[in-house]
Design a protein around this ligand. Structure first.
Ligand code: CA
Length: 229
């Protein structure tokens, strides 16, 4: 059976169109009509990817994305947001919340399928680039295969993007990572993200693990580096 894709979209025409094309491409489409149904289906079906509309009844797409990223069981599911063209604010907020891609409306089904395939390619490549292992750094311990971070024995809850940024830093202590290289490593090539997104995620990491405020050094105009242990 093909990979399952949950479509959370309240407009019937768009939903039907996506179902039709995804099925034709060998995917297994699932549908939800509002935000709440989207969340319960994401939890129950654990889809391989979620296509998420922003304006939805009951719970909007950004709120739903926040809930997905906060739920350990489904936090790592790739999410592509469907949004009205040119809605910059939604786009930035969505990316900061950990959306993997943005598909502006109106879109052609062919474009959606191409984007979905690109996301799957990136997520398939990721484990090779960052092989699974355990990182220890001072009181910090990251178990990549279990998607677990502990500081002095206490579990820390990170979003999937925060986790991967920290992983990138832990795998290259003492080396400067430019914002671009972090974007490429964590979001993949060809994603529409802005540099500031990295800063926002680093700020969150430092906030969640205050020890990192000093351990992660800001290299002015360039990026970040993890102080050598
Ligand atoms: Ca809508």
């Amino acid at each position: 059976m093909g990979r399952s894709i949950l479509i959370v979209e309240d407009e019937k025409e768009i939903r039907d169109l996506l179902v039709h094309y995804l099925r034709k491409e060998g995917f297994q489409p699932l549908v939800a009509h509002d935000g709440e149904e989207g969340l319960s289906k994401a939890r129950a079906e654990k889809p391989d990817l979620i296509l998420l509309d922003i304006l939805l009844p009951k719970m909007d797409g950004l709120e739903l994305l926040r809930k997905i990223r906060a739920d350990r069981e489904i936090a790592r599911t790739p999410v592509a947001m469907l949004t009205a063209k040119g809605d910059e604010t939604d786009r930035i907020v969505g990316l900061e919340l950990g959306a993997d891609d943005y598909i502006p409306k109106p879109f052609s089904p062919r474009e959606v399928v191409a984007r979905i395939k690109a996301i799957f390619r990136r997520s398939r490549k990721a484990p090779e680039e960052m092989e699974e292992k355990i990182f220890e750094y001072d009181g910090l311990r990251m178990d990549v295969s279990r998607h677990e971070v502990r500081f002095k024995g206490k579990a820390v809850s990170l979003t999937s993007k925060e986790f991967r940024i920290l992983q990138a830093l832990l795998s290259t202590p003492g080396r400067v990572l430019t914002r671009e290289s972090i974007l490429k490593k964590v979001w993949g090539e060809g994603t529409y993200v802005i540099d500031r997104t990295v800063d926002v995620h680093i700020a969150k990491l430092r906030q969640k693990i205050p020890f990192l405020s000093e351990a992660i050094e800001t290299v002015k105009d360039v990026g970040y580096k993890l102080r050598e242990d």
